[in-house]
Design a protein around this ligand. Structure first.
Ligand code: GLU
Length: 308
């Protein structure tokens, strides 16, 4: 049986807070609990928001919590060529198209469509599906327009991508609508035609996360419930690119007093702030009511025996 591989993948666009502490401690405990490796990945493709001082603070906070990772952290900004290769493969399959509408134009188009009484679909994060019709441009017209308007975003033609693949699902060991088989039916069409790369950042969260999970040999993706529905899209991309299917474990989110997910801007729950006030790692553990339950570990062990 090969060794399971887990990863924690924060973005250095702010300080880690109690929600990250919960996520990282759970992930680490599940990895160690089943004899797995634990990797750290710095998801820093958004160069406008990510900063080296936040990355340094992440490493420092995680070490302070007593977490250890098994390899030097992988920084996504150093692997843009790997994401470009994956995007090129999807382009060669005819599944990617450049879209020309800016955010304001999309909003206006959707508002006009809805004003005519037609309900317009929203993705699981609440954003309207892309309403453009550039997916059907013929190659010559597309090339001419790209010459004139190079500042495009590259989208997946989801309907076309789905024609070549059968029903998709994933193995879930965390929370969510898991059927008796322990698998969740994936509905990537719920995302419309998602952005996979932008002219100024030649990749996206969805594309780089699946490329890296495969390149790092990740067998177990442990992350928050807020990414539960994104997994449908990740399964589609993994299938199109022939990448292995990890097991997924989506965990509860730590919320504030009003029941909302903690934000990176909520400075009072930042670990750096709590440390400066004299709180200890044990205080943090108690605060997030953290525990990898025997049930979690038991489920993971069972899946492990079946899949590795
Ligand atoms: N970088 C993402 C975040 O900070 C996590 C991505 C993942 O675990 O798949 O929310």
């Amino acid at each position: 049986m090969s060794t399971p591989v887990f990863r924690f993948a924060p973005s250095p666009n702010g300080l880690l807070h109690l929600g990250h502490a919960h996520a990282a401690m759970l992930d680490h405990a599940l990895a160690r609990g089943i004899g797995g490796r634990f990797l750290l990945r710095i998801e820093d493709i958004d160069t406008t928001r990510c900063r080296p001082e936040f990355e340094a603070a992440i490493l420092d906070d995680l070490a302070w919590l007593g977490l250890h990772w098994d390899e030097p952290p992988r920084r996504q900004s150093e692997h843009l060529d790997a994401y470009a290769t994956a995007l090129d493969r999807l382009k060669a399959m005819g599944l990617i198209y450049p879209s020309f509408l800016g955010r304001g134009e999309i909003r206006a188009r959707v508002a006009a469509l809805e004003a005519s009484g037609r309900p317009w679909p929203r993705d699981p994060d609440g954003a309207p599906h892309y309403p453009g019709d550039e997916r059907d441009l013929d190659p010559a017209a597309r090339a001419a327009r790209l010459d004139r308007e190079p500042h495009v975003v590259w989208r997946l033609d989801t309907a076309k991508a789905l024609t070549g693949v059968g029903p998709l699902s994933w193995r879930e060991t965390g929370a969510g609508p898991v059927g008796e088989t322990g698998r969740v039916a994936a509905d990537p069409a719920a995302w419309g035609d998602p952005v996979l790369a932008r002219w100024e950042v030649p990749t996206s969260y969805h594309l780089s996360v699946i490329v890296d999970d495969a390149l790092q040999g990740v067998t177990h993706v442990v992350r928050g419930r807020d990414l539960f529905h994104a997994t449908a899209l990740h399964r589609l991309l993994q299938t199109l690119l022939g990448l292995p299917e990890p097991v997924f474990h989506h965990h509860r989110l730590v919320t504030d007093a009003t029941g909302r997910k903690l934000a990176k801007s909520a400075a009072d729950t930042a670990l750096a702030h709590l440390r400066a006030q004299g709180f200890t790692p044990d205080d943090i553990r108690r605060a997030v009511n953290w525990q990898a339950t025997a049930r979690d570990l038991d489920r993971l062990n069972r899946v492990l025996r079946e899949t590795l």
